[in-house]
Design a protein. Structure first.
Length: 203
């Protein structure tokens, strides 16, 4: 019997697929979407091995989503965090577990504190859920935009005000990190809500 959180994530994923189907009009994006529908899932063994490599415990809602699709394929943006009402939505595509491992070889592979790059005043603007790093080995990037200047990340070393596995975002130029959501489920809810308000998806 599936747990209530699993049922919620699966319902959000099904809603996401329907929203994408409704919003995609461009033929090239449609072909990417058709490929996404055929993509394989990540197995429990794949996910368990991933946890062992990084010494972390993946959130159950993240695991549930990846057990249906191991990423979205390069270029198919399926996550839209932000605020669509204010015109502040950023599209992200979901990386496969293998793409995440490849990204970790050069991004967030070492620890760099914000104090190495910013003043105390700049650091004071950091969201209280996030420790003062610019790059951190305990951050796992799982979504990006084509070009890689923005990343969504799972944070496995939050402050006492944060949540283990919370969702944060790295932004390039100026480089900084921002808190987005407590959970992957919250991220999906935010994204689906924004998609509902959007018109045709164009890149």
């Amino acid at each position: 019997m599936k747990s209530k959180p699993d049922v919620i994530v699966e319902a959000l994923r099904e809603e996401l697929d329907q929203l994408l189907d409704d919003k995609i009009q461009d033929e090239e994006i449609r072909s990417l979407y058709d490929e996404y529908l055929l993509m394989k899932e990540a197995s429990d063994d794949d996910l368990n091995q991933f946890e062992k490599v990084y010494g972390i415990r993946l959130p159950s809602d993240f695991r549930t989503f990846y057990r249906s699709k191991d990423g979205s394929g390069y270029g198919l943006h399926i996550l839209y965090p932000g605020d669509a009402e204010k015109g502040r939505c950023t599209p992200f595509y979901l990386m496969s577990l293998e793409e995440i491992r490849e990204t970790k070889l050069y991004f967030c592979e070492v620890d760099e504190k914000l104090e190495e790059h910013y003043s105390a005043e700049d650091i004071s603007h950091l969201d209280p859920e996030i420790k003062p790093f610019l790059f951190h080995t305990s951050w796992i990037p799982f979504a990006t935009i084509a070009g890689g200047s923005l990343y969504l990340m799972l944070d496995f070393d939050p402050t006492e005000k944060g949540t283990y596995g919370q969702i944060i975002m790295y932004v390039h130029d100026p480089d900084f990190v921002h808190y987005l959501a407590d959970t992957f489920t919250d991220l999906l809810q935010m994204s689906n809500r924004n998609l509902k308000m959007m018109g045709e998806i164009t890149y």
